[in-house]
Design a protein around this ligand. Structure first.
Ligand code: AMP
Ligand code: GLY
Length: 423
């Protein structure tokens, strides 16, 4: 099978690494890819926003299957245009991608199909939103409706902070994404990410993970795209996974189909495990980054037929088997991230891959033969182990071999699980 993978991050490197192990794969292309992905795929310099160019490439190369990594092309309707051109695509339609593209859309689906989530209201102007916040009190959560690169959410511990967040949104802090605001109840509990495939009718549970969104040790500092992750998430016991499938995922699949937006692709559910059980914080409609890096380390089965089954309505015919071992990834980022950072700083040494240890590339590039950091999140040092503590020690052993002066990382990825193991 000839496959085109769209994307260029650590998530796509992990997907490419796993796809490359498939006996079904004859050729892997990645657009635009990165130097890590180039180890296993042929990079294609396509402008992903130019759907006609992507279609022309797929026709010319007789591509059998296209896997879309990031959310932006999905929300822009790339999967629809490719499917209309006759291609098999992994990833939801533009309409179904609203589950990530509009928080208000997701909340309305939850309300209609009784999916547990925080109580909420949608607003298109500041005064009614503020009146609602004053009535509800703090803590309370204010969210820009649209895609805001993970920055559109304020978990406000005081009413004043929530009111200021409303003003920010309507003042244009998040551009068009903040033209509508969702105000929702604060959920108290432990967060976990749950990944599950859907072919529009059937669900196939994948695995759980925990991300570390804050930039600093001890979960301090501003939010980022994710500074590290591990899988599985201990809070997601088999019972919690079953409840998530029954109470959240299945009603979403049938609700989306009934609403006229059948969902094919991956559900990445952000959950809060509260005293009442799992509640939905948000859906993403693509694999998590860096969660995918740990998922791919743990996946025993061939990834390619599983994704293909999700894209072709045959998910009930496949299963996904997982290694028992824990996998943990540490993100190395450019100093300054998530604010401004220097680009094109040299990376002089990376540790080689060994059994159960792998460096995934995110924002890297080759400049005149020199590997450089071209983005905020740059490297994902990923390792497996019998326990979170063991996987953590192995991942940091990789970190310590990296020679990159402008890089930094958190030193405590996995702390919650390690603390839990000690109890
Ligand atoms: P989101 O972009 O919706 O995932 O929100 C970013 C982060 O804000 C989440 O990972 C949570 O840590 C936090 N958050 C979002 N919604 C809530 C909520 N209703 N209650 C508590 N924390 C929340
Ligand atoms: N790591 C969070 C995300 O991929 O959205």
């Amino acid at each position: 099978m000839k496959v085109l993978l769209i994307g260029s991050g650590g998530r796509e490197h992990a997907l490419a690494w796993k796809l490359a192990q498939s006996p079904l794969l004859t050729r892997l292309y990645a657009a635009p890819g990165n130097p890590g992905i180039a180890e296993v795929a042929e990079l294609v310099s396509l402008t992903v926003e130019d759907h006609a160019a992507v279609i022309a490439f797929c026709r010319e190369m007789h591509i059998d299957f296209i896997i879309v990594g990031p959310e932006a092309p999905l929300v822009a309707g790339l999967a629809d245009d490719l499917r209309d051109a006759g291609f098999v695509v992994f990833g939801p339609s533009k309409a179904a991608a609203q589950l990530e593209g509009s928080k208000g859309f997701t909340k309305d689906i939850c309300a209609r199909y009784n999916i547990p989530t925080g109580a909420y209201q949608r607003f298109t102007s500041a005064e009614p939103a503020k009146a609602y916040i004053r009535e509800q009190g703090a803590p309370i959560v204010v969210k820009a409706d649209g895609l805001a690169a993970g920055k559109g959410v304020t978990v406000a511990m005081s009413v004043d902070e929530a009111l200021a967040a409303v003003d920010d949104c309507f003042a244009g802090a998040f551009g068009q994404a903040g033209a509508e605001v969702v105000v929702e109840a604060y959920l108290d509990g432990e967060e976990a990410s749950f990944f599950c495939l859907s072919d529009g009718k059937t669900a196939l549970a994948l695995a759980t993970a925990q991300d570390h969104k804050r930039v600093g040790d001890g979960d301090t500092g501003p939010n980022t795209g994710g500074m590290g992750a591990y899988s599985p998430a201990p809070v997601m016991t088999p019972q919690m996974v079953q409840r998530t499938m029954d109470e959240i995922i299945q009603p979403t699949i049938s609700g989306m189909a009934e609403s006229g937006y059948p969902f094919t692709g991956v559900f990445f559910a952000g959950l809060m495990v509260t005293a009442k059980g799992p509640e939905l914080i948000e859906y993403n409609v693509r694999f998590g980054d860096p969660e995918t890096q740990v998922l791919m380390m743990r996946l025993k089965s061939d990834l390619l037929p599983i994704l293909y089954a999700a894209a072709t309505g045959t998910l009930s015919e496949v299963t996904a088997d997982w290694h028992e071992d824990v996998a943990l990834t540490v993100v190395m980022a450019s100093k300054g991230y998530p604010a401004a950072y220097e680009k094109n700083t040299p990376i002089d040494h990376l540790p080689p891959a060994t059994d159960g240890a792998k460096v995934f590339h995110a924002g890297t590039a080759l400049k005149d033969g020199q590997l450089v950091a071209s983005g905020g999140r740059v490297l994902n040092l990923t390792a497996s182990g019998k326990t979170v503590a063991e996987a953590q020690a192995r991942a940091y052993a990789l970190v310590d071999q990296v020679k990159w002066d402008n890089g930094f990382c958190r030193r405590d990825i996995g702390w919650q699980a390690i603390q839990r193991d000690k109890q």
